[in-house]
Ligand binder design. Sequence first.
Ligand code: RIB
Ligand code: CA
Length: 310
Amino acid sequence: MKKHNIILDCDPGHDDAVALMLAGNHDAINLLGVTVESGNQTLEKTAFNTLNLVQYLNLDVPVCLGVDSPLIRHVEVAEKIHGESGLDGYTFPPLKKQADKRHAVDFIIETLENAKEPITLVTTGPLTNIALVYKLRPDLITKIAQHVLMGGSVGSGNVSAAAEFNILCDPEAAHIVFNADVKRVMVGLDVTRQVKVLPEIVDRMETINNHVSDLFVKLMRVYNANQLKVFGLPGGPLHDPVTVAYLIDPTLLTLTHASCTIDTSKGPSYGRTNCDLFDYLGEKKNTYVATGIDGTKFWNIIETTLKRYN
Ligand code: RIB
Ligand code: CA
């Protein structure tokens, strides 16, 4: 099995937490570090959540705090979905783990500089940290194997008719990222909406009966209650772990290579990912857009990885 050396950049967030569960305990993944930014909640809260998760999962990896706001936009959190804490639903043991002294951007740069083999960037939040890395050190792009990101949508958005949350948090950062000459895999709402963590899925994972499946169950039940309130969905799309699951099993996703541009105009389509799947404009294809997902494989990856925490 190919092992991916990855940095996970995130904004926990209930689904970010599940992405971390996968990244922290799988033979296909060597987690080098976790970087954080504001997104689902303020940086103070996403940082606290990340440290709690890394400590709870007993991961010996650095947690580096990144930006506390987008490049230009104001901070916009997703409190209705993730709650006041950003990770409502679980009370963790007293926090002892401390954040690494390095800024997230410095950590990513340093790790890329020192890498003997190309590194995979996995992002499950806004793209501000990554945009700053690309701007500060474009020479390091050659050290990136690929960037797998949760964000965007070929179809409709989830925070406006046009835009998905991670992209709309910082469209200018997304514009920088999508213009970088890096192999990029976009895991958008088109596929994440096909893997809703329905109550029967939660019940299935509850039978695993270890401390991490317990965390999964408690977090998902709160996540689903909020998804029901906001979207009327019985189960929320489990967005973020699709990125890591794809690295674990690349056959999970169907990809279409396409030109994907970010709308940074300040109109109703601000933050939209325009993915030209049919190559209408003949522009350079810069992104592998996920257009299909094998849901059975996905839930099997979740289940088998949760069981590894026994
Ligand atoms: O639109 C879904 C994305 O926004 C996920 O990453 C979720 O955690 C939120 O950050
Ligand atoms: Ca997220």
